[in-house]
Design a protein around this ligand. Sequence first.
Ligand code: ADP
Ligand code: ZN
Length: 214
Amino acid sequence: MKLIFLGPPGAGKGTQAVGVSAHLGVPHISTGDMFRSAIRNETPTGLEAKRYLDAGELVPDSVTIAMVRERLAMDDCKNGYLLDGFPRTVDQAMALDQIDPPEAVVDINVPDERLLSRLTGRRVCGKCQGTFHISKLEDEHTCPICGGELYQRNDDQPETIATRLKAYHDSTEPLIDYYKGVTEPRLIEGNRLKTVNGDTKPEDVFKNILASLE
Ligand code: ADP
Ligand code: ZN
């Protein structure tokens, strides 16, 4: 199965991608995680991407597409993939349709007014990369899954969140029509879009996603 998760920052793409990729037996590929790891390791891609992540802006397509192209060429993508955070622009979507086209695109819907509190309350585990909301944590600093240390992402500050939401509406939302197959140019015919309500309990979102893929 070749699958994409679409949706605004804070929609729950990362959380759901962990369960769905395990269920389908395909690798979970998060471009955000790849960039953060490249930044930690100070690779050329990381050095280039850092200022964009810090500002909440999109990394240029040339850098992002090259990184994903390399990742999809790896052996574990033979049976498919679950992309989380890519594509985020129409040019990225068109590049992907030329590299290895997705069969289904799950658009996780959450109203804008819910996203801010989800993002400002988000904590990430430095060890297993799990994400949690402070309202559900007994100990704000410790991962309930692996015991690793939790931190707050640099770009989960209110000013940066506003920039990220704007980038989503300006650059990424047009992908909804692209995958419905109603815009030109059309590299692949047909409607690949599955819309799922993301404004409910995580277990229910998981069920809705699997149902949408049947
Ligand atoms: P979120 O979905 O919560 O915004 P991500 O972890 O997916 O977070 O992405 C964090 C940042 O990484 C983005 O704000 C952007 O700077 C960069 N990034 C991730 N994926 C892409 C992409 N496909 N194109 C350009 N930039 C990206
Ligand atoms: Zn952990």
